[in-house]
Design a binder for this molecule. Structure first.
Ligand SMILES: [Zn+2]
Length: 121
């Protein structure tokens, strides 16, 4: 008998973005920076079947590329900054944004997999 759950894609991805369980939104999804828990501590949803793999990294690179390339062009055209200052400052922005986005995108992808019943969810 199939479990009748409201699997809203938006809500599941939002909970995943917040690194919470996509099913209940209460339990933690991650046990460390990028490591996914085996199951939810609140509703005992099994997370072993998630397959985020390299997807979060690809999406993070895609987003950062679209943000940083125009910034490089604007900085170069309008401010004529020293290339070393530009490289150091934009690399710092890229690293900080990567640290911020990567676990959230991974959580959102797991939420998407859960909402679409992918990989045995
Ligand atoms: Zn849960």
């Amino acid at each position: 008998m199939e479990e009748k759950l409201n699997r809203s894609l938006k809500v599941a991805m939002f909970f995943g973005w917040k690194r919470l369980c996509p099913r209940c939104g209460k339990g933690e999804l991650m046990s460390s920076y990028l490591k996914v828990r085996l199951e939810c501590s609140s509703c005992f949803q099994d997370f072993r079947c998630q397959r985020a793999d390299d997807g979060p990294a690809y999406i993070t690179i895609l987003i950062l590329g679209h943000l940083l390339v125009p910034l490089i062009l604007v900085f170069y055209d309008f401010f004529r900054l020293n290339p070393l200052i530009m490289a150091v400052s934009l690399s710092t922005v890229a690293i900080l944004l990567t640290f911020y986005l990567l676990p959230r995108i991974k959580g959102a992808l797991i939420g998407l997999q859960w909402a679409k019943k992918m990989h045995g969810f």
